[in-house]
Design a protein around this ligand. Structure first.
Ligand SMILES: Nc1ncnc2c1ncn2[C@@H]1O[C@H](COP(=O)(O)OP(=O)(O)OP(=O)(O)O)[C@@H](O)[C@H]1O
Ligand SMILES: [Mg+2]
Length: 238
């Protein structure tokens, strides 16, 4: 799967995480994802999918094992440096979105490059060009102008907020997109259309993807697939 001489986008070695008060250990054995590759991560509710995304992003510190993103071991970074690293390289669609409800959709999308000069540059560098890019992304992800010009984000439907969260994660072309059940609020036809648009946007910038879902019908859109919560968690299926 890896090309010679190319640094893996993600490299995880013997990662294990136990939440306080829980006997269950969430494990992610040796796995690598090459730049611009797409991984579908699935498993039943509660098996640890969101926890794994937290570990891959450095939002959660690893208790055991090593996660490297583009060759940088997240455990070697102090908390602020880890936050900065994430802002530069990772777009994250959180399961609960983490949008600011009182801001407009465009303002929320712009937050995606607020802490990264590199992503700001790639999004156009000036406020007006970045705003144009934010609106392009919202439109590309299927959110009509009538919605995002007037509403505060907290007034949008859950499915519309998912699109805002996706645009925020994608602005400035991060190397890695972590998407936690980003289609959960959508009906089947909007789900397929949205997923196609999301993956098209990733291709524009060569963004690699870890996409979490319990919906196996979506696996066909991804080059690789990984099941959590089975007998041999962390092993590649394909
Ligand atoms: N902040 C937390 N504190 C303590 N335990 C937690 C915390 N977050 C998750 N857990 C526990 O870790 C396990 C895995 O949770 P996680 O949210 O990673 O699962 P998931 O696969 O994403 O589930 P779902 O499909 O429902 O989103 C669960 O048993 C959960 O109770
Ligand atoms: Mg989850």
């Amino acid at each position: 799967m890896m090309m010679r001489g190319v640094l893996p986008l993600i490299s995880a070695r013997s990662v294990a995480h136990a939440w306080p008060g829980s006997d269950a250990v969430i494990t992610l054995d040796d796995f690598e994802l090459a730049p611009a590759q797409r991984l579908f991560l699935h498993g039943p509710s509660g098996c640890g999918k969101s926890t794994v995304l937290g570990l891959l992003s450095g939002v959660l510190a690893t208790q055991m094992g090593d996660v490297r993103i583009l060759g940088t071991s997240l455990a070697t970074l102090r908390s602020r440096a880890r936050d900065r690293f994430r802002a530069h390289h990772i777009g994250y669609i959180f399961q609960q979105f983490n949008l600011l409800p009182f801001l407009t959709p465009v303002e929320n999308v712009l937050l995606g490059c607020a802490w990264s000069a590199e992503r700001s540059r790639r999004a156009g560098a000036t406020r007006s060009l970045m705003t144009a890019e934010a609106t392009r992304l919202l439109r590309a992800l299927g959110l009509g102008e009538a919605i995002w010009t007037r509403a505060r984000t907290g007034e949008l439907s859950v499915g519309q907020q998912q699109r805002v969260a996706a645009a925020r994660a994608l602005i400035g072309g991060p190397e890695l997109l972590l998407a936690d059940e980003p289609t959960s609020a959508l009906d089947t036809s909007s789900r397929d259309a949205f997923l196609r648009l999301l993956l098209e946007e990733c291709e524009r910038h060569g963004t690699g993807v870890v996409f979490v879902s319990h919906d196996l019908a979506l696996a066909a859109h991804f080059e690789h697939s990984l099941a959590l919560g089975r007998a041999a968690p962390g092993m590649w299926e394909s």
